[in-house]
Design a protein around this ligand. Structure first.
Ligand code: ADP
Ligand code: MG
Length: 395
């Protein structure tokens, strides 16, 4: 084909279409791993182990103790748009699972040398089945009866081998890409794996080409974000943090009201709650960089850049030289945001984002001022009563 093409419009063959669209779903090592971990969480796993070999260049394996895959679903697990989680477009506004498009496994099949699924449901355990999927996500071999407790193991070998340019990029930046994957896995460890009602044990290890396997990250399954922070970075990292619990009303923006054909008077706005942890404002309690800032919308990790900017701006009015550690989960009605924006689902569209950011800033500033007042009262009291033992530090 010439650079200009030959002028006539032709349909792209289905194999190429599959490769092109798959490349948008799984864009790098971190999204590949994220998709597998999300599947394990969706399957109700309470234990997830991620094993990288050679920083993910050789393989990535995710082992869970979730529901397993039923034999009648074997043929569809790797097929595009085959999912057990969503049946119609209307369901999208209420979906609570991480996955809903049935694209991850099919994309990983198109973009890897090999994909193997080993699985057992409760009724089949302790025996399981090994499925080898081909590039099109079809089951190319099935070997019955391997020892397997309830759950699923998905192993991806030779990620991006079918796309030579992307593979080269991955090899060139292997350690950096691995670091990004660890950071995203930390985001999952902090909130999705630390939900109040159900903790998930997450273990991440790497086996380098030479040398010993090392554990990179581990949580013990305690259902609390504080426990996860302590497991990831040590108990001392909690000393400089305070709980974040904000609640504010967001006015719906005019453009959204117009779409819903509601007038401003009829709109009561949306209640937003933000839960998590943030660095204390006192100088020395923040971090040198913005490296540990984790955002979620209804427990789904995402990158809301305007929200992140707002947090940093407010923090710097109190502590000009540092950046805060942040874990912030925004809890809002599912019909006020759209999770189906980018193929990798890392971008979430907030319908009234500007008003939300404004409300957040006001709420953060008020809370910070309240803390400063408490702190000032505490300091003046403790200077009057020096015999009082230290230990209670608000900020
Ligand atoms: P989606 O998550 O959007 O449904 P995927 O391609 O990620 O699409 O997965 C396809 C289907 O395979 C899922 O809907 C689910 O039924 C099944 N599946 C994938 N991974 C697992 C797992 N670890 N445990 C149980 N079922 C799984
Ligand atoms: Mg999925």
């Amino acid at each position: 084909m010439t650079a200009e093409g030959n002028g006539s419009i032709k349909v792209i063959d289905s194999h190429s279409v599959h490769k092109i669209t798959s490349g948008q779903v799984v864009i790098d090592l971190q999204t590949a791993v994220k998709e597998l971990v999300e599947n394990s969480l969706d399957a109700g796993a309470t234990s997830i182990e991620v094993r990288f070999k050679d920083y993910g260049l050789k393989s990535v394996e995710v082992i869970d103790n979730g529901s397993g895959i039923a034999p009648e679903d074997y043929d569809s697990v790797g097929l595009k748009h085959h999912t057990s989680k969503l049946a119609s477009f209307e369901d999208l506004s209420t979906v609570l699972t991480f996955g809903f498009r049935g694209e991850a496994l099919s994309s990983l099949c198109a973009l890897s040398e090999a994909v193997t699924v080993t699985t057992a449901t409760a009724s089949e355990a302790p025996m399981g089945t090994i499925l080898e999927l081909d590039r099109n996500g079809r089951v190319k071999s099935r070997s019955e009866k391997t020892a397997r407790q309830r759950g699923t193991t998905v192993a991806i070998t030779g990620l991006f081998r079918p796309l030579p340019v992307r593979r080269k990029e991955l090899e060139r930046n292997a350690k950096r890409e691995f670091g990004k994957a660890l950071n995203l896995l930390s985001a999952y460890a902090l909130v999705p794996c630390a939900k109040e009602n159900k903790g998930v044990r997450l273990t991440v290890s790497n086996q380098p080409e030479v040398g010993r396997k090392t554990v990179q990250l581990r949580t013990d399954g305690t259902p609390s974000t504080r426990a996860s922070i302590s497991s990831l970075w040590g108990p001392r990292s909690l000393e400089n943090l305070v709980d974040l619990d904000l609640c504010f009303q967001v006015q719906t923006e005019k453009s959204v009201l117009k779409r819903r054909t509601i007038t401003e008077g009829e709109d009561s706005g949306t209640q937003v709650r933000v839960r998590g942890l943030v660095s204390k404002f006192a100088v020395g309690c923040g971090r040198a960089a913005t490296d540990r800032q984790f955002f979620y919308i209804n427990g789904r990790p995402c990158n809301p850049s305007k929200v992140q900017k707002a947090f940093n701006e407010v923090y710097r009015t109190f502590n000009a030289t540092q950046s805060p550690f942040i874990v912030a989960d925004f809890i809002l009605p599912t019909n006020t945001c759209d999770i189906n924006v980018s193929p990798d689902k890392r971008t979430i569209f907030l319908h009234s984002e500007n008003n939300l950011v404004a409300g957040l800033k006001v709420s953060c500033i008020l809370r910070s001022i309240l803390h400063l007042i408490f702190y000032a009262i505490f300091i003046s009291k403790s200077s009057r009563n020096r015999s009082r033992p230290p230990g209670v530090r608000l900020m």
